[in-house]
Ligand binder design. Structure first.
Ligand SMILES: [Zn+2]
Length: 134
């Protein structure tokens, strides 16, 4: 065993976030997102100071090697995400799902598209669509 203290990161499938993610995808009618192939995960003990969440994709090489289609995991860092307001959490979920490209190919859309402004617009669309449903 090394003497250096090693941080252990723990991951848990986050059903509560998954429910909110699913509601956002359905309400905004984002048909390119395959709900069976995106899983929201909460992580604990991450040493990252600035990241609240991140989007994990899957390279084409792995997809071919493993003979599976693209899959995404949206990771939410508990120490940071769980402290946010409901609105900020929704915006964070929207931010991460906006990284998933239209072709659902395993890669990412970058921050030119996933900008604070576009996330805000998407969040407004979500709130308006929810109001219309009631
Ligand atoms: Zn991002």
């Amino acid at each position: 065993m090394s003497k250096r203290k090693k941080r252990t990161i723990r991951y848990e499938v986050a059903d509560d976030i998954q429910t909110r993610f699913t509601d956002i995808v359905r309400t905004l009618n984002l048909r390119h997102i395959d709900l069976e192939k995106v899983v929201c995960v909460r992580s604990f003990g991450s040493s990252t100071k600035r990241i609240i969440a991140r989007c994990h994709g899957m390279s084409k090489v792995l997809q071919i090697a493993m003979k599976i289609e693209a899959f995404y995991a949206l990771e939410f860092i508990s120490e940071r995400f769980d402290k946010l307001s409901d609105k900020e959490q929704e915006e964070t979920i929207i931010h991460e799902l906006m990284h998933i490209p239209k072709n659902f190919g395993g890669g990412f859309r970058h921050h030119g598209h996933v900008s604070a402004e576009n996330v805000k617009l998407m969040h407004e669309r979500y709130q308006n669509a929810k109001k219309d449903k009631i």
